[in-house]
Design a protein around this ligand. Structure first.
Ligand SMILES: C[S@@+](CC[C@H](N)C(=O)[O-])C[C@H]1O[C@@H](n2cnc3c(N)ncnc32)[C@H](O)[C@@H]1O
Length: 624
């Protein structure tokens, strides 16, 4: 096997310098071990690297070896090591023989490389997730032993390689599913920009910029002008540094401009000496760099938050003893967030124990990444088989007068509708027109979702008056000269409270400028959860969400005076939920709903808050 990729007329790595150049540019160039140690001391549970161009896998293996090197990590507590997540793309993967042949010149100097090279599986098209299991003897297996302590009982693998086999453009779209600000290092190692320009595009760099944590470092062996320009256009601060061997320069970059005169949060000095360069950045009048407007309200977790919130987190595996206690009458699950599998949790909950279930499972036929886990069931039958045990449990734990709502998109309908019919009395299929969605190249953009509504029996509660919507009046009828069932308002329009239909068009997905926003990839708006909770539960009732995500249902329940129980596989999302619950106690309002005591008005897009207030004051709700 030659060190030559004929598809791009380019080498895989610089001859005679492969290992050393990779180390210089990517491992030392990005300050990998310092960065990893810092993530560790900040209490982060995951360290993510994105590499553009997997090639032989050399950078992946060198990164692993670097982090296993005795003394490379400065953590005082070896059990607090974050998990390493390595995400990469390769269009033309090498098979085992090819990789071994190409890298064999380095095996005698670095025996670990031979060991690792022989383990990397050949990828299939699309995503390939390879969790390096603890039993595989990674040299100096410190990460494995330590991680198994830290992540138990919410078990997580120690090192996870997520390799996308396919085109860079598809990969860039897929990257959109990763949480913003979650990546610590980016390696640009595609074939050279003149031979493979797609790997160096501004659009790709913009995506990478969004993913980068403020303290992230990007490194590139190429210092070509087109690369520098594209990085800057994408919002990176670019620095030229000495290259390796015959290459005069390489590049490093940081995700965005720091606030005037301030270093980036958690930033440390550049890893090695920098070459001065005119970066042509815009400056404010006083010469200071301009900063971004601080309007992004996305929730973040500090190391102290994590430490503190973890104390309020319950773990499903630990609640067997609690459920035994529950048999004696205690509702051990009330107002608690559980990390773990909700099926296991449900199996420990008593019959008829919850009043409302709001279930927003991962959707069928969508390959989605939730934190450290990927979900990819594509066949409706398989999806139904996966969901059915949950439905059986929901039917058992739901009270006789209780209701259940299940979210899904059109692809899951084939599985969800029969299950709703089999286990419950199906009452309606609500369409949430959320508008926002990723455009498809040869299909209609998926811009609505289903919310299936069912009840356990024919005797159920539905609080219509709690969920009426204030809309402007199209036909302002009068009786004896006075408005019949509407309110004139000072803006000249008239408003009336209307029955909510099964087409919900007044709810947007949370945006980054909304305080309820988190980095969860499929977060629902609080207003949506609130509508369900107000219609189908009473104050004090217990609302259960078995796929809690960022905690939306629990937060809305708390704000509306209900109890909650939520369960989520990903610990990180559980912590979001706990932090949001803490904030809910400080600010109980829900965007898009006007509340006055125990009365609530849902504002439609065109209804004014002033008119809603007037409606409440004049007792319009009471007359209805
Ligand atoms: C569609 S999201 C829910 C989003 C949520 N409604 C919100 O507003 O943030 C589905 C969630 O279910 C979680 N999940 C998947 N399987 C689970 C299981 N067996 N037990 C608990 N959580 C699970 C995923 O990690 C993901 O966060």
């Amino acid at each position: 096997m030659e060190n030559w990729n004929p598809r791009y007329n380019d080498v895989y790595f610089t001859p005679d310098q492969g290992i050393n150049e990779s180390r210089h540019v990517f491992i030392e160039g990005s300050g990998l071990s310092t960065r990893f140690s810092r993530a560790c001391s900040r209490g982060e549970t995951q360290f993510s690297i994105v590499e553009i161009g997997f090639g032989t896998g050399l950078n992946f293996m060198l990164s692993l070896i670097e982090l296993q090197k005795p003394g490379s990590l400065q953590s005082p507590d070896p059990s607090a090591l974050p998990r390493l997540r390595y995400v990469s793309v390769e269009k033309y993967p090498l098979n085992l023989t090819e990789r071994m042949e190409l890298l064999s010149p380095y095996f005698s100097a670095l025996p670990e490389l031979e060991q690792l090279s022989s383990l990397i599986p050949f990828p299939r098209p699309g995503w390939n997730t390879w969790n390096i299991p603890p039993e595989i003897p990674i040299p100096g297996s410190r990460i494995s032993r330590a991680a198994s302590k830290v992540f138990s009982p919410v078990s997580s693998p120690d090192v996870c390689l997520e390799l996308f086999q396919g085109d860079i453009r598809e990969f860039a779209e897929e990257l959109g599913a990763l949480p913003a600000g979650s990546v610590h290092s980016v390696y640009l190692d595609g074939h050279s920009p003149d031979k493979n320009p797609e790997m160096w595009s501004t659009a790709l760099f913009r995506t990478l910029n969004r993913l980068c944590a403020p303290e992230a470092y990007l490194s590139s062996y190429s210092s070509a002008g087109v690369v520098k320009r594209a990085l800057r256009e994408a919002g990176f601060q670019v620095t030229r540094r000495p290259g390796f061997g015959k290459k005069r320069h390489m590049l490093t970059a940081r995700p965005s401009a720091p606030a005037a005169g301030q270093p980036l949060p958690g930033a440390e000095p550049a890893p090695t000496c920098e070459v001065a360069e005119n970066t042509n950045e815009k400056t404010a009048g006083d010469g200071a760099k301009k900063s971004r407007a601080p309007r992004n309200k996305t929730l973040s977790l500090s190391p102290e938050d994590r430490r503190e919130l973890k104390r309020s987190l319950w773990v499903v595996e630990d609640c067997e003893s609690s459920s035994a206690e529950g048999e004696a009458g205690g509702e051990w699950y009330r107002d608690r967030i559980f990390a773990g599998d909700s099926l296991q949790l449900c199996r420990q909950m008593p019959d008829n124990s919850v009043d409302l279930i709001v279930a927003d499972p991962p959707y069928a036929a969508l390959r989605k990444q939730f934190g450290t886990r990927g979900f990819s069931i594509t066949e409706p039958r398989q999806y139904a088989e996966w969901l059915e045990p949950y439905f059986a449990e929901f039917a058992r734990i739901l009270s006789d007068a209780g209701s259940v709502y299940v979210c899904g998109d059109w692809r899951g309908a084939e599985a969800v509708q029969p299950l709703m019919n089999r286990y419950f009395h199906l009452r309606n299929r609500i369409t949430w027109e959320r508008e926002k969605g990723r455009g498809a190249r040869a299909n209609w953009k998926n811009s609505h979702e289903d919310i299936w509504f069912a009840t356990k029996s024919d005797s159920y509660r539905f609080n219509l008056d709690e969920v009426k919507i204030l809309r402007s009046v199209k036909a302002p009828y009068t009786r004896n000269g006075s408005p019949r069932d509407w309110l004139p308002s000072s803006d000249g329009a008239g408003y009336r409270l209307t029955h909510p239909g099964n087409s919900w068009t007044d709810l947007t997905v949370p945006f980054w400028s909304m305080p309820e926003n988190t980095d969860h990839p499929t977060q629902k708006p609080e207003k949506l959860a609130a509508r369900i909770i107000l219609a189908s539960s009473r104050p004090g009732d217990l609302v259960f969400d078995p796929f809690l995500g960022s905690g939306t249902t629990a937060v809305a329940a708390r704000k509306l005076g209900r109890s909650f129980c939520g369960c989520e596989l990903e610990e990180e999302y559980c912590l979001y939920a706990l932090k949001r619950l803490r904030q809910a106690d400080q600010s109980p309002e829900i965007q898009g709903i006007l509340s006055h005591g125990d009365k609530h008005i849902f504002l439609h897009r065109n209804s004014s808050e002033a008119a809603a207030r007037k409606a409440l004051e004049q007792g319009l709700l009471d007359n209805e």
